[in-house]
Write a protein that binds this ligand. Structure first.
Ligand code: SAM
Length: 285
C-alpha cells in the first residue's frame, strides 16, 4: 500500500470513517519524498526507533524498512482500526496507544530496545506539543543518540538557533545544552493533509554525551535563562532585575566580571557567558 498517495489515503480514511482531529495536531504527510528522507537521516539497521504519533503509519513504514525495530506511540485510539492494516507487512513494528507525555520513556526504552545498538527518535510531531516533547526527550537524559523531527519552520529556527544570535531564546539555550541542533530540510505546507497554515522543517538534534558548559545547578541555570529571555526588547540588566528580582547593581557587577557592558542584551551572550553569569549571580557568600 502506498501510504503517501493521496487517493489511497482518502479511500482508507473514508472506508474507516476517520476524521482529522485538529486538537491532536493531525496533519498527515502526503509527499512521497519526505518520509524516506527522514527515515534515511534518522536510522539504520542497528537502530531502535521511537516514533511519536504514527498517524496512519506513513513514516512508520519507512522507518521499519531501515531500522532494527520501531516502537510508535499514538494517542488516538481510533487509529487502531487503521494501523494494523497499513503496517500489516512490517514485522518489526509495535504500536502503543498512549500519551507520550505521560509515559516513563526511560523504562520504555530499556524494555523495548535492549537488543538495539543505539536508539533514536523520529517523528512528525503534533505541533501543539513540539517544545514539551523535545524538552521531555532531552531533559530526561534518555539514552538517545539523535532526535529527528518535523516541526513548524519557525519552531525549527528557534530550536536550532545559534546562541548569541537574535533568533536564540530560552528554548534554544536548553537545546544547545543537551544536543547539537541542525535544520536538515524544509517541507512545504502542501505536503500535508489537511495542509497547515505554515511551512515545516525537519530538524536533527544529535544528543551530546556531556553538556558543553558546566553549571553549578542545572535547574537554577534554566530558570535563570528563562528570566534572561522573558523581555526580549530590554537590556539583560533590566530584564533580569524585573524577572528574577535581582538588584541592578549586582547584575552590572557580574557583567563587569565577564567584561560585558551594562547595555548588553541576553541574546548577545554565548552559552558559556550565560552559564558563568548565572554562577556569579547565585554564588553563595
Ligand atoms: N506520523 C504521521 C504523519 O507523518 O503523517 C502523523 C503525524 S501528525 C502531525 C501527529 C500525530 O501525533 C497524530 O497521529 C496525533 O494523533 C498524534 N498525537 C498527538 N498528540 C499525541 C500524544 N500526546 N502522544 C502521542 N501521539 C500524539
Amino acid at each position: 500500500m502506498n501510504l503517501a498517495d493521496l487517493s489511497t489515503i482518502q479511500n482508507l480514511l473514508a472506508k474507516t470513517g476517520f476524521s482529522f482531529q485538529k486538537s491532536l495536531g493531525q496533519n498527515f504527510l502526503i509527499d512521497p519524498g519526505v518520509c524516506p528522507a527522514m527515515a534515511e537521516a534518522a536510522c539504520d539497521e542497528r537502530t531502535g526507533v521511537l516514533e511519536i504519533g504514527p498517524g496512519i503509519g506513513v513514516l512508520t513504514a519507512e522507518l521499519a524498512k531501515r531500522a532494527k525495530k520501531v516502537v510508535a506511540v499514538e494517542l488516538d485510539r481510533r487509529l487502531a482500526r487503521i494501523l494494523p492494516v497499513t503496517l500489516a507487512e512490517c514485522d518489526n513494528v509495535e504500536i502503543l496507544y498512549d500519551d507520550v507525555m505521560k509515559l516513563d520513556l526511560k523504562a520504555l526504552l530499556s524494555e523495548r530496545f535492549s537488543d538495539c545498538e543505539r536508539v533514536a527518535v523520529c517523528a512528525n510531531l503534533p505541533y501543539y506539543l513540539t517544545s514539551p516533547i523535545v524538552m521531555k526527550l532531552l531533559e530526561e537524559r534518555l539514552p538517545l543518540y539523535a532526535i529527528t523531527v518535523m516541526v513548524q519552520k519557525e519552531a525549527a529556527e528557534r530550536l536550532c538557533a545559534e546562541i548569541g544570535t537574535r533568533e536564540a531564546g530560552a528554548v534554544s539555550v536548553a537545546v544547545s545544552y543537551y544536543a547539537e541542533p541542525h535544520i536538515l530540510f524544509t517541507v512545504d505546507r502542501t505536503s500535508f493533509l489537511p495542509p497547515p497554515k505554515v511551512d515545516s522543517a525537519v530538524i536533527q538534534l544529535t544528543v551530546r554525551p556531556e553538556p558543553p558548559v558546566t553549571v553549578r545547578d542545572e535547574k537554577q541555570f534554566f530558570q535563570f535563562v528563562k528570566c534572561c529571555f522573558a523581555q526580549r526588547r530590554k537590556t539583560l540588566v533590566n530584564t533580569v532585575s524585573n524577572t528574577a528580582g535581582l538588584g541592578k547593581e549586582r547584575i552590572k557587577a557580574a557583567l563587569a566580571d565577564l567584561d560585558l557592558p551594562d547595555t548588553v542584551r541576553s541574546e548577545q551572550l554565548t552559552l558559556e557567558q550565560l552559564a558563568r553569569l548565572c554562577d556569579i549571580l547565585y554564588e553563595e557568600h
